[in-house]
Design a protein around this ligand. Sequence first.
Ligand code: N01
Length: 864
Amino acid sequence: MSRQNRFVRGYAVSKADVDVVVVGAGFAGLYLLRELRANGFSSRVLEAGGDVGGTWYWNRYPGARCDISTTDYTYTWDPELHEQWTWSEKHATQPEILKYAQFVATKHDLYSSIDFDTKVTSAAWNESAQHWNVETSTGESISARHYVMATGCLSIPKDPDIPGTDRYRGPVYVTGRWPHEGVDLTGKRVAVIGTGSSSIQSIPHIAAQAAELVVFQRTPNFSMPAFNGPQPSDRVARLKADRKAYETEARLSGAGVPMELPTVSALGVSRDEAFAMLERSWQKGELLALGATFSDVGTNREANEVICDFMRSKIKEVVNDPGTAELLSPRGHSYGTKRPCMDTNYFQTFNLPHVRLVDLRKTPISTITETGIEFGDESKEFDVIVYATGFDAMTGAIVNVDITGKNGLTLKKKWEHGPLTYLGLTSVGFPNLYMITGPGSPSVLSNMMVSIEQHVEWIRDTLIDLREGGFDTIEPTPMAEEGWRVHCTDCADITLFQDTNSWYMGANVPGKPRVLFPYIGGVGRYRQTCDEVRARGFLGFELVGSGKKQRNDGIVRRVQPDVDMVLEMMGQLGLPPIESMSPAEARAFSEASSAMRPPGPEVGEMIDGTLPGAGGPLEYRLYRPATKGPHPVVVYFHGGGWVFGSHVSDDPLCRELCKNADVVIVSVNYRHAPEDRFPAAADDGYAALQWVVANAASLGGDPTRVVVAGWSAGGNVAAVTAQLARDNGGPALKGQLLLTPVTDGSRQHGSHHENADGYILTKSLMEWFWNHYADPSDRSHPKASPLLARDLSGLPPAMVVTAQFDPLRDEGDAYARALMGAGVPVEHLEARGHIHTSITMVDALPSGKPPRARMAAALRRFLH
Ligand code: N01
């Protein structure tokens, strides 16, 4: 029988030849096994432990519990379980969770397909046979079409990397490998090294038995009381009312647990109010509650510091000795960038007379000895040492197995500079290999149950699609994998994770690459992405079957993640298109939107005034830095398609540029269309420049150091003003800063079609702007279309910023190239993943910060 036939019919020729080998019999392996069987795939599960349960089989240290509520940390795929199993408390203990795994495995008769005490020693892709050869510690060779690593994210304890660990002659325990029969520490002198979740849970229990306990702490951690007890009544009520709706909400949420979305900035309320809000979250005793109190604690360090202060105040309240309280108080890393912990009387334990805290930053361990530990200038004897030093997380268990893909490439080698995956599920060069909750998926930043079920279902559905489509193999394309890497990095870059040495960043294992291993874009968005990949014909994958091949190359997420969220939110609001409004309505809409945004940073001074324009007085707003003047001057023109906006409408951007470039900014309210059509705006731009230079000294500016700048239609006015200044004998300019400028009224460029819809500025809105501003016959005039000027030489140095998903992108790019061609020095920044408006959204979209930093640097270069 051909392999193809066997695969289609879905039964095993022999135990040594199956459709799917799954490594690991934790919650992922169990559910996958059940789904594979239910869908006619022959399968084997290989498990290194002696029973099911995965992490809950191994982590038996005293006090081990799950810190996601049992309302949420529970399978959803078998509705009968909700009737047949009752969780006894809010946070289940390790023994209870293990019993649950055993109960499910028994109920669904899964044990018979699992080989326990069986490690995979190697797995190699056989290219000619198109299957995996899996070798086990029991000497078996198994061939499988598909190979799934369901090995968990925190399975391989890391080497404690402390000198002298081999010397110690007393008993040593590792929290992640705690003896099954338990350990009696009564009357013992115990050392615990490490203060992560495992340690924080176990320390109160160890202290209750030990005669003496010394805790060796390198980095203090944030922890809140678990307030364990009955399941949370509000969640229970919601589950009873509509379980399906609750589960759907969890699946589409940020972290796999239904939470109310925060809308308030931690900096937008008084400190007292912030602390009162945090207190309410604290009282919930839920791991995710504190972080979900405010909208900006994940991205804004100052906002995050509010939570840190609150948490430190709580430690001070319970720890009697102020010195110990301070030592236990985390400083120098943002809340949430190391896994926050939940405890029961952890901090209180340090009030006990036989418990001591040692600060390894002040007194590092010089060596472990035969009888104890030497640290600082002390040498202390211990009866027992407990290592709670953590795991080689996310990748440890995967690369621990020798996995060899195409052309002899091992996964370990491929990942030596960081894991490369597509969706955290698959990897180029390793056909038919899948990772459940692998690096590049939400995994440890989520309720693992939700993420496990999502991955299992995606793999199941993919295997069914392959079978139905007559395909034998699936492998991601290099473009898709690189696109996913970039997207994961974009997501990580807007958070505070990068600054902290955590296991999330691989920083706990010497030599491990420093990247954010899990995907931080959120459980719901991630699920939608995975679903989209399948719905779009396995976008980013190559599928091969006998005599057929389907390669659907592409990148699934290209827009910056925060920009994507804004687009989604705006889509949900269902706003009417601006081009369906009258100019007056559009102006009111623009003003109302501006009123809701963050104000931008403080500047030294803001003064409103009027200046003479080409057709009458124009309002302006002057922004002055807090530093000593006179300052160089930027004459700024706002965006708004010549129709709306004003001298104050780009306030946040002007403030930030003023502060960061240390310049005076004069933002001008040039005349607007349709009341004042072309060339009113252009003439006002030039008139304003002349007035500012003539009056620079009285404005606190330096008339010899002046730049024009503008965004969108304002970029058009700035570019035109620079040309008018060149052609009319001055004033001399030091530079021009053009942010996503309008440069060509013909609108023939490809980006007008490519990005016609969906990115706020649309093709039809641009047409509406032009129709209000200029007659078709005027649009080719260089005062309307600076790109069409016959000569661009002799213009001041420029910085041109264009955005990837902007209809105006190509005309901005063309202007940058044309300036360069004319010998003008140009810095051209093509902002990847940005849209027309996103770079101006100060303090709202963190991904706009790097391009704006480049803009401020350009101004400094032009002017200082
Ligand atoms: O491990 P950790 P863990 N010298 O890596 C210290 C999950 N979990 O087993 O921070 C001295 O967090 C290290 O110090 P530092 C959860 O996701 C969940 O506690 O690197 N100290 C740190 O203090 C959790 O995050 C649950 O400076 C050394 C500690 O050891 C993850 O598992 C319960 C050292 C390690 O902390 C891991 O938690 C338990 C050295 N050489 C765990 N090396 C629940 O759901 C390391 N350290 C409840």
